[in-house]
Design a protein around this ligand. Sequence first.
Ligand code: DGJ
Length: 744
Amino acid sequence: MPIYFHEQDKEFHLTNDSMSYIFCILKNKHLGQIYYGKKLVERESFQHLIPFPPVTPGLTACVYENDPQFSLDLLKQEYPCFGTTDFRQPAFQILQSDGSRITNFEYQSHRIFKGKPELDGLPATYVERDKEANTVEITLLDTQINVELKLLYTIYEDFPVITRSCCFSNKGDTPVTLLRAMSASFDLPDADFQLLHLAGAWARERFIEKRPLKPGIQSIHSARGASSAHHNPFLALIRPETTEHHGEAYGFSLVYSGNFLGQVEVDHYQTCRLIFGINPFDWQWKLAKNQKFQTPELVTVYSDQGLNKMSQIFHQLYRTRLARGFWRDQNRPVLINNWEATYFDFDEDKILKIAQRAQEFGVKLFVLDDGWFGKRNDDKTSLGDWFVNKDKLPNGLDGLGNKVNQLDLAFGLWVEPEMISKNSHLYSKHPDWLIQVPQRQLSHGRNQFVLDLSQQEVVDYLYKTISDILQKAPITYVKWDMNRNMTEVGSLGATADRQQEVPHRYILGLYQLLEKLINQFPHILFESCASGGGRFDPGMLYYMPQTWASDDTDGVERLKIQYGTSLVYPLSSIGAHVSAVPNHQVNRITSINFRGNVAFFGCFGYELDLNTLNEKEKQVIVKQIQFYEKHQQLIQQGKFYRILSPFDSNEIAWLVVNQQQTQAIVGFYQILAQPNQRIKSLKLIGLNPDYQYQIENHPIQYLSGGELMYSGLPIQQRFTGTEAGGTGESGDFWSEVFILTRTK
Ligand code: DGJ
C-alpha cells in the first residue's frame, strides 16, 4: 500500500518505486514534515528523522511553557501558520471578525483512498483508473473560529509525483477573510539548492534562469491577471551539482492560469521553505458561513536523475493525465495560419489562394486569424462583435469554411472572447461588462479592454456567442487568443468586500466557459494563445492540448523558447510554425530548412503565404510536411532529451526517443559558423546501447546505441567559406535532423 499511516507515531508515508514523502502529526496537532526525496524503505517510525537541537537557541519562542524544545520555528511543517512561534512566511492567513490573524488548525481525522478526486471548478491532473494513484485527505479544524481545513495529497503509482491542494470551509456563523491560501508549502532540510525558473516577456517567453538560494526571500510571481509571459508558474530546486542528466531536482508546477506566487525563503538555520499558490498580493477572499475556498493544485516532481528526467515526468503526466479529450493522443493536423501572411489585410479570394496553395503542399488545416469580424481592419476596433465582416468574407464563415473544406482542408478560426474594444456594439450595450474601477482611469492594452468574466452573465453571454459561431460554420480548430493583462482591477458585479476576489473569480469564470465549450465541441482542437506564450500554463493545458508558444517565430529565437518550454511542457503542447524571412520579429534570415528543423519539435505548421516562395523552398516544404507526418507520433509521444542548450552554447541539440527505443529523431543546430572546425561527436542519450541503429541522412549508415551514446554521432560541419573548396553557402543557422531506426 503506497500510503502508510503509522498509528503510534501518527505518521503518513507516501511512497512508490522511486520516492518517499513523509509527514506526521506534531505534539500541537499541526502537521510536521519529516522527509521528501528518494524512496526510503518503509518502517514503523521515522521520528528519529526529526531533528531537535540539543539546546534551545536564544530568541526562540516556544509553544508550551514546560517544553523549551517545541517551537514551530525549529520544525519543518506541512502547511504553516504565522503568529505563533514560527517567524517564516506562512502558507495561509485568516483575518477574523475581531481583527486577529492568529489561528490554530488541529488535526481531526484523515481518509486514505484509491484514486484522485477532481477539484471543484479547477483544472487538475487526473487518473483514468483508481489504481493509478492514492490519496490522503487530512482534516484540520480551528475550533475557535470553526473553520475547517482539508489538505489533499495524491501520490501517483507510476510517477514520482505528489499533487497537493487544500480547501477551507467556514463551518461557523461569522465570516472570515482569507488573506492568503497557498496551494502547498514545503520545508526542505537545507538550502543547498539552485533556484531555477522560466522568465521572459512577450516574444521571448520561458528563458531559463538559475541562481543559488541565499538567505532571505526569493520569488517569482504574476500580478497581471494571467500566469504571464514574464514568469511561468513553475520553479525547480536543484542541487548545485545537478545537471540535465544527474543529480536531484524538485520541480513545482502550479495548475493555474492567473496571478500566482512561487516563493522560497531561506531562514536563519539555512533550511528553506517553498510556498506556491495564488498570489496573496492584492488578493483576499471572504468566506461567509458554509462557504468553501478550494486552492489550485500544485504538482511536484522529484527526480534523482537530473532536470531532464524531471521534465520527462512532467511531460508524461501533463500529456496523458492533464490534457484531455479527443485530441489528447491524436496526431495534430499540420496547419497554415494567415496571420503573418496577411495580418488584417485579406478577403475571401486572398484567403482561398493561401489555403489552396497550402493544400497542394500537403497542409491539412487552414486557420483564419484575427480580422474576420466587425470592422476589424486594425487592432483598434470590434473585439466583442463576433459577427462576420461581409466586406471581407461575403459568404460568411460558413461559406468560407465550406470552400476551404472543398479544397480538402479542415477549417479553423481565431477568436479572442475575453476582450472588448470600446469601438464595438458590445461596448455600447454593456459598458458595465468591463473589468474596471468606477471613476478611475481605464487603461488599455493593444487598444482593448478586459471583459469581466467574474460576472456570471458575461460568461453565459460568451458561451452562447462562441458556441453559436462554432455551430454555424464547419470549424474543427479554434485558436483562443488573449492579448492584454488586467489593470484597474475591479468588478461592477462584486460588493466592496469582494473586489480583491475579482482576478481569481475571472479565472474561475474562464475555466467554467472553457469546460462548457470543450464538452459541447469535443472534436474541436483548441489551441491556447496569449500574444503567443503569455498564458502557457498547466491550467490552460487541461482545456486545450496545445498552446501557441510565442509570437516570435524566428528559428534561432525559437530554440531558446522551445528549449525553456520543454522544462515542463510536452512537445505535444508546443505550437511551432515556420514563418517567412526576413523574420517579422527580428528581421533575421534563416533557411527554410533551419526553420522547419526547429518547428518539427512541436505541433508543426506554417505562418506565411506559400505563394511567395521560390521553387527550391516549395520542394522543401512538401518534404517537410511528409517528414513531419511520418514522424509525428514519435515527436508528440516520445521521450524528449535535451543535449546541448541554446543558453550556453553556439550549438544546440535535442532528441526524441520512442518508448521501445527503436526510433529516435535528433535535431542539431549551429547558430554561427566557425571556420575549420574539427569533426564533433554529439553524444546521444536515451538509446539502447545494444541495439544497432540505421542513421538516415548521415555518411555513417549504422552505429550501435552504445557508439551513439558513449562515442557520439559524428557531426561534420561543412566548410562554408569560398576559399579552400568551401560550399559558398552560409554556415550560420545551419541544422541537421537525423532519424535513427533500430535494425537489430
Ligand atoms: C496574437 C497572437 O499571438 C498572434 O498569433 C495573432 O493571432 C494575433 N494575436 C492576432 O491579433
